[in-house]
Design a protein around this ligand. Structure first.
Ligand code: ATP
Ligand code: MG
Length: 217
């Protein structure tokens, strides 16, 4: 159903493959961004407001909700704190929510209500979602199944390639041999033409250039 589709991005890839770095680039293109950060990967983003713990993060979020441009990085160590922040974020329209380390909050057998609601109803609030996880098999299926933009860095495990193949078809095999920091991207035509973040488009373009340069050899 094209027209007004919100973005649901899953950024996947093994440890150190470059997920958070790519997410940081995407965040800087956006206007109103809530980031759940467990590792302190985003606290040096230019212009970001960094908060710790649910109480402080929620109070900042409520202060920022009518402002035009902000990046709020919430450092959360407790799972419930992150979920409480997500529950408040769900009520704020026209924002982007980034969840790094998605596997902190869900697993293949468990998807907390706060998380499920975001995935199912983000469109009603015009909320774009960006979820980061190492492997598709470590998060709840709904997280990956609802993603309309799949981005993966290198993947080694057969079970993950099987999943990617179910979404992307045969090109998923390329995920096994991607070069360092290279990505494989999949989405439908509407998302590809209208909603892909510039940082991803730029990398796709650079990687195409590399392939083209390598071909004549
Ligand atoms: N495109 C890139 N070019 C050069 N260096 C990069 C690039 N992307 C990431 N790096 C570097 O690689 C390291 C790992 O990147 P990053 O933290 O983004 O990986 P990650 O996939 O988020 O890892 P983790 O699963 O541990 O969270 C960092 O030191 C980062 O600076
Ligand atoms: Mg990371």
């Amino acid at each position: 159903m094209p027209g007004g589709q919100t973005l649901k991005v899953a950024i996947l890839g093994t440890t150190g493959s470059g997920k958070s770095t790519l997410a940081a680039e995407i965040i800087q293109e956006r206007d109103r961004v809530l980031v759940l950060d467990t590792m302190g990967d985003y606290d040096e983003l230019p212009g970001a407001i960094v908060c710790e713990g649910a109480e402080e993060c929620i109070s900042q979020l409520l202060d920022l909700q009518y402002k035009k441009h902000w990046i709020l990085v919430c450092l959360t160590l407790e799972i419930q704190e992150g979920l409480d922040i997500l529950a408040v974020g769900f009520d704020i329209p026209d924002i982007t929510i980034v969840v790094d380390e998605c596997s902190m909050y869900c697993n293949p057998h468990f998807l907390p209500e706060e998380f499920a609601r975001l995935i199912r109803y983000s469109r009603k609030r015009n909320i774009d979602l960006i979820f980061l996880a190492r492997r598709p098999s470590e998060v709840h299926r709904e997280v990956t199944a609802q993603a309309n933009l799949l981005v993966t860095f290198i993947q080694y495990e057969p079970i993950d390639i099987v999943y990617l193949r179910s979404r992307m078809g045969p090109k998923a095999e390329r995920a096994k041999s991607l070069k360092q920091y290279a990505i494989l991207v999949h989405s439908d035509k509407y998302i590809m033409e209208n909603r892909v973040p510039l940082a991803i488009l730029k990398r796709m373009e650079e990687e195409k250039d590399l392939t083209e340069e390598e071909e004549p050899e």
